[in-house]
Structure formats: C-alpha cells, structure tokens
Design a binder for this molecule. Sequence first.
Ligand code: KG4
Ligand code: ZN
Length: 353
Amino acid sequence: MAVVLGIETSCDETGVGIVVDGRLAGDALASSMAEHARYGGVVPEIAARAHLEALMPCVNEAFAVAGLAPSDVDAVAVTAGPGLATALETGVAAAKAFALAWDVPLYGVHHLAGHVAADTLEHGPLPERCVALIVSGGHTSLLRVDDLARDSITHLGDTRDDAAGEAFDKVARLLGLAYPGGPSVGRAALDGDPHAIAFPRAMPRSHDFSFSGLKAAVARHVETGLVSVADVAASFQEAVVDVLTGKAVAACREHGIDTLVMVGGVAANHRLRELAAERCAAAGITLRVPPPRLCTDNGAMIAAVGGLLHAAGAPACSLELSIDPSAPLTRASINRSRSPAPEYREDLPRGRR
Ligand code: KG4
Ligand code: ZN
C-alpha cells in the first residue's frame, strides 16, 4: 500500500490530498479567492500569506478525513510549477519539511500534469495513450499523453494568446459579472440564447487556439449598449466550447486515439461537458472528465501524480528542489535544483554580491 500526501499552492487555492494506491482517501481545500475578488484577479502576496495560514489546518483535516497519520505516509508530492512564485514557495517549503521530518521521498510535480491525473482518481488508470485537453485559468493545451509517469508529453496545440479560463474571466469583467468569471458567465448563460450572436471561431484549421479576437468581439458588442447580458454570455460560451470540443475531437481523429480526457477549471463548465459528450459519442471517442470539484485546483490531483511517479520508481527530488514558476509542460515531474550560489566576490559592494 502506498500513501502519498499532495500539496497544491500554485495560485489561490490551498489544496492538500491523500491518495492511497491511486484512490482518493481524504482531502481539504482552502481558498483566498474572496480576498482577491475586489482586485479582479489574484494578488500574489495575499495568496502566499493565505497559503501559510491555511496549510497546516488543511493537512490536519486531510489526515482526519482519511483516518491516517503522518507515520502512514510513503511519499510527499508538491506543485513545483507553473504558478505564482511566492505561492509556490510556501507549498514547496512545507513539502520539504514534511519529507525531511517523515524521512520519505519528495516529488516535484507539474501543476498541469496534476490536472490530467485528477481523472485517475475518479475513473482509474489512464489508457496506454490519450489526448488531453487542459483548459484552466492560465493554460489551454491539447496534448498527447502516453505513460504520464514515464514518458514525455507531446503538445498538439496551445493557445496563442489568452487561456480559455482567462477569456471567461475577462468577459465576465466586461459584462459586470463576479470574479471568478467562469462560473458566473456559465450561470448568466443559462438564461441566454447561444445563437443570438455569431461570435468568431478562430484558427479553424489548426490545433492551436486563440481567444483574444473573441474577447475583442465581445467588448465591441458590449460597447453598443444594446445587448442582453445573458445572450452575450451564452453566445460567448458557445463559441469557446464549440472551438474546444471541435479541436479536441479532430486531434483524436488525426492521431487515431480513442480516449479524450478533459481537465482543468473550465472543464467544470456544464455546456462544455455537454457538447464534448455529444461530439465524442458521435465520433466513437471515450470521454473522461473528472467531477467538477476535481477539475478546479486541488491537492488530491498532485498526490495522484506523486502516486504514479512513486509506483513507476521515478527518482525522488533532493531537498534542493526549486520552484519553476513558468515550467513548460514536458513531463509530469519537475526535478530542478537551485543553480549554485554565485561565488563570493570581495570586490562587489554589499548588497550586490
Ligand atoms: O484549473 P483552475 O482551477 O486554476 C488554474 O490552474 O488556472 O482554473 C481556473 C479557471 C478560471 O479562469 C475560472 O474562471 C475557470 O477555470 N472556471 C470555469 C468554471 N469554473 C472555473 N470556466 C467556465 N465554467 C466554469 N464552470
Ligand atoms: Zn489549475
């Protein structure tokens, strides 16, 4: 039996999860979202301070829910990037302290690999290969995933500008809806006509994405003042989910892959789940989407990656593990150590050494 504790602090959610042999045993989540709402986006220093305050209560809660104790833990996994530097540092520092104190291996995990692995907690091991659509606040990527713990990850398409979640957040602001924008646009869209406005679908023949033109089109529409918020929300949402599902299904077809895994915060979107299910069924593709609470950031998904790395016998990280705020997604693990300190230089003035 392998018990892995996972810690996620890359943005505004403090997530702790405990995974036992690939199954979620207990987790806890705290969010500083409300503290950022009046700024319209996440303030890194506020997020970092909130992580410091929430981390130990979340760890204790996850253990209580799982009915386990620190002495049961076989490995610790932590998001090492990408994300906000000061926020990542809090989680990595805590994970190092636990790994040292409990004398267990430490695994640095790529946040987006965590999103993909989240689905294994609900639907079991991933197939030999699949296409993954990651749609979060910071990323929109179409990937070919083989063995998540052992193989490198191939990018089939990425966004050229805004991420899908970012587009939801910006359009929410244009429409005067609450932050975070995804859920509030989704709610407003329920009363609107998705075909009221023919918003553009960018880059139709590519696996890459672009949402800045769509955002600009929404802004132009809002400027006319003649719009129903519900119709704009519904038409905007339809344009986004049409593009996402269309490209994901095309990528599966082109690469002869019959499983699509859809993950990340935007995968919580009701209309995206509905249209993806419809189009995958028509194309004979098996669709896997985690339940909404595992789509948004959480600690269990990081523990899930840790469990896969541990089971695959991946090398553990040293306590020199460094955060990588802009880590590209090439592998599930991040095993980067701090570059050596610069040599002491007598000739440099104090403060510039
Ligand atoms: O994956 P996530 O929790 O954090 C990142 O790693 O970015 O994704 C957050 C993003 C935000 O942009 C949020 O507006 C969006 O996911 N989101 C949604 C929904 N729930 C969250 N977008 C559309 N519909 C939703 N129901
Ligand atoms: Zn995320």
